[in-house]
Design a protein around this ligand. Sequence first.
Ligand SMILES: NC(=O)c1ccc[n+]([C@@H]2O[C@H](COP(=O)([O-])OP(=O)(O)OC[C@H]3O[C@@H](n4cnc5c(N)ncnc54)[C@H](OP(=O)(O)O)[C@@H]3O)[C@@H](O)[C@H]2O)c1
Length: 306
Amino acid sequence: MNWIKKVLVTGANGLLGQSLIYYLTKDAYFKVHGLSQGKSRISYNIENFTYHNIDITDTEKLEKRVLKIHPDIIIHTAAITQADECEQCQQKCYQVNVTATQHLVKIAEQIKAHFIFLSTDFVFDGKNGPYQEKDTLNPISYYGKTKQLAEQIVQSSDTLWTIVRTVLVYGHHPGMRRNNILTWIVRSLKNQQTIQVVQDQYRTPTFVDDLARAIIQLAHQQKTGIYHISGAEMCSIYEFAQIIADVWGLPKFYIQSTTSKKLNQPAQRPPKTGFIILKAQLEINYKPHTLKEGLNILKQRIKEIL
Ligand SMILES: NC(=O)c1ccc[n+]([C@@H]2O[C@H](COP(=O)([O-])OP(=O)(O)OC[C@H]3O[C@@H](n4cnc5c(N)ncnc54)[C@H](OP(=O)(O)O)[C@@H]3O)[C@@H](O)[C@H]2O)c1
């Protein structure tokens, strides 16, 4: 018999956090808690869910609350996720991405929770993508370095752990605070704004629903170790913008191709990442949607909003 498991999702207000909450609360196997900064911006009308408003760098408050919840599984998605912000505010980025993760890992050890940590393709230098789980890490941005450090903490922990690395996630929730690649492109093209999109960075973009469902599968099966979860198609970010414009029927005229050098962003980006997802396909029967399928699903879902 399967007992109901208590699961805590950090970063519940975020792009992935909201999808996780949506799918977890539909699964009778889980009793769901979500935690994020500020008030809940979770846009779904859901039952079987408790929200906690906590800054994960507030060590004492975090520990007290998590021990009280006593989750069987912690899915840790909260992070400073903007590479440029991390480059420019390194101390804050370290506190959230490394120190708070270390603290949560200790709590997970104490209560013997399965700790599932979200990491990134930015732990690689982008010289030899697409990457497998066993490939050598060599981050070239501060954001990537903090995620590598957090991965090391997770791997040396004394509890069940899983590291899920992912790539350029796209999706939408009504309560989302910041743009992702999809919402940025659709909003800009709808407003007839010219955008500069890099043609020399290659990724395997990830539909947020595929990612959330894969993580839930890993939790169900108590899979441990490192998993690469992304889409299966490699394209440049410029090509991805063109596909988005095609699906939305928006003019490509406003998409201008540029290079990383010309864009000169504060954080360096790895040129070609993308993942080999064979391990997830074999072990959890992971079958991501194609880019066109994922985008078409989102277009139907969000046509009134964007
Ligand atoms: N999105 C991608 O393309 C991508 C690619 C690779 C890896 N990842 C990884 O996947 C995970 C989820 O990404 P995402 O796109 O869902 O990120 P996101 O939309 O930026 O959400 C991150 C969440 O973390 C919360 N958070 C940040 N600082 C916090 C703090 N001090 N205390 C409590 N909560 C805090 C934010 O809360 P507020 O909204 O309330 O500030 C936000 O809800 C991250 O670990 C990221 O590194 C993402």
